[in-house]
Design a protein around this ligand. Structure first.
Ligand code: 6PG
Length: 242
């Protein structure tokens, strides 16, 4: 990872989400083009989605935005575990979008079928650069083990996979996941990390301080070749950066 990482630190998770939402609003209103965004899952984005739905409902041209995911659990869309279900509950159910704008990873299918289906959706919708699909923005979270999307430290090979997405496995639960692979993440026009909370501080500091051990963390290896990268952190997640 190069030295030039844009790091934005805010007091708490609410102010991180508000700042992120405003930057997203500025980004999508600075063009009149279609905007393809890949969302992160887990718990962190819930606050961002709430703020987008509450404060930007009438300000963002939702009709121009197409929604994807960086990863999804291999579960039905009705499962408590589903990133799609969480996004529908916190965002889609509150904004004016058509289902054609939502490109779900079909977690209800067999993992390899879900993976191939998502690749087909991506290839038929997105432009390419260097033979890789281009997302306008990819939002990424980071686990306390340094994983991002569903690229975990025990599957670092997914960073260099020749495939657009892959079947990954959660190291503790064994849960299968579908994830965008490293070369797609690094082909994005923008990658914004959204990371909050004390449990992430150790790994954030390893990455920001460019420590040798950071090289074992998938999140360390996300650096768009032609795009920009920014880290939106709260003070807790940033508390160990020297
Ligand atoms: C997922 C995510 C994953 C997430 C991190 C952080 O499907 O779980 O995409 O990469 O971003 O695990 O999760 P939290 O926001 O819940 O801490």
């Amino acid at each position: 990872m190069t030295e030039s990482k844009e790091v934005k630190i805010f007091e708490n998770a609410e102010s991180v989400a508000s700042a992120f939402a405003f930057e997203f609003y500025q980004m999508v209103t600075s063009t009149r083009q279609r905007f393809d965004i890949a969302l992160s899952g887990g718990k962190t984005p819930k606050l961002l989605f709430e703020i987008l739905a509450r404060d930007f409902n009438k300000k963002i041209p939702w009709e121009r935005i197409h929604f994807w995911w960086g990863d999804e659990r291999c579960v039905p869309p009705t499962s408590e575990e589903s990133n799609y279900r969480m996004t529908k509950e916190f965002l889609f159910s509150k904004i004016p979008i058509d289902e054609s704008q939502v490109h779900r990873i079909k977690g209800e299918l067999l993992p390899e079928e879900a993976c191939q289906d998502y690749i087909r959706q991506i290839q038929s919708n997105l432009n390419e650069r260097n033979d890789w699909p281009i997302f306008d923005l990819i939002i990424l979270g980071m686990g306390s083990d340094g994983h991002t999307a569903s690229i975990f430290p025990h599957e670092m090979k997914l960073l260099k996979s020749d495939e657009i997405c892959a079947v990954a496995t959660h190291p503790e639960t064994g849960q299968e996941r579908i994830t965008l692979t490293g070369q797609v993440l690094n082909n994005a026009n923008r990658v914004f990390f959204l990371i909050t909370g004390k449990p992430k501080a150790k790994r954030v500091s390893e990455i920001m301080n460019n420590l040798k051990k950071a090289k074992k963390l998938p999140a360390y290896h996300i650096e768009p070749e032609k795009g920009e990268i920014a880290f939106f952190l709260d003070q807790k997640a940033a508390s160990k950066i020297s």
